[in-house]
Design a binder for this molecule. Structure first.
Ligand code: 5GP
Ligand code: MG
Length: 187
């Protein structure tokens, strides 16, 4: 697996530092004034890619929260560019009146965030905020407003820390690019 790595773009230490900063920001933004009582928070990771990010982030947010899940597929199998975002499963429970924080691994064309945000609003969420660990440097990504961004990265295909190629490499602790010979000839 490690022979397939071209270079480390973001190390596990950098990720850990940034995840802690994001958790602190999110906690501060979701803590209402004392007299108002706690807000009803639901965290929705977009699976499968945001699974590891979500696990690390939420353990640093010391608030009552529920977890919902949505599985969206846009890079099926051995694709290295979006084939169109599709909701393939959801486990959201009742979102009516709840404040939802949507988590995704990476913002690329923006289709996933747009699609999932509209589903969450249709389900009656009181508010929907969005947090992505990575945002690619391309106009389509910058056109989609998101509330929290971990890192801005170049417009390259990355894996690791939850992100896959053909459902592999999700368990790499760093965010890396792959050798061309691995992804060669893939759309
Ligand atoms: P979007 O819908 O914004 O085009 O893409 C978001 C989804 O595509 C992400 O949730 C992720 O699953 C996948 N994706 C986008 N860029 C990359 C990438 O560089 N590497 C991997 N592994 N997945 C990506
Ligand atoms: Mg994804």
């Amino acid at each position: 697996m490690h022979r397939d790595i071209e270079r480390v773009l973001i190390s596990q230490q950098q990720i850990a530092r940034r995840v802690a900063e994001l958790a602190a920001l999110i906690t501060a933004d979701h803590t209402p004034p004392k007299q108002e009582g706690p807000i009803e928070l639901t965290i929705v990771p977009v699976l499968t890619g945001a699974m590891i990010f979500c696990a690390d982030l939420i353990r640093q947010i010391p608030m009552a929260m529920q977890i919902g899940m949505m599985t969206v597929s846009s890079y099926p199998g051995r694709s290295v560019s979006t084939q169109g975002a599709q909701v393939v499963a959801q486990q959201l429970a009742d979102l009516r009146g709840r404040h939802v924080l949507l988590l995704d691994d990476i913002l690329d064309s923006g289709q996933t965030i747009r699609l999932v945000t509209s589903v969450l609003r249709e389900r009656g969420a009181a508010s929907v905020r969005t947090c992505v660990l990575l945002r690619k440097d391309r106009p389509a990504a910058r056109d989609v407003p998101v509330d929290y961004v971990g890192f801005d990265i170049p417009d390259v295909f990355v894996v690791g820390y939850g992100l896959d190629f053909d459902n592999y490499y999700r368990n790499l602790p760093d965010i890396v690019t792959l050798n061309g010979r691995v992804t060669e000839g893939r759309a």
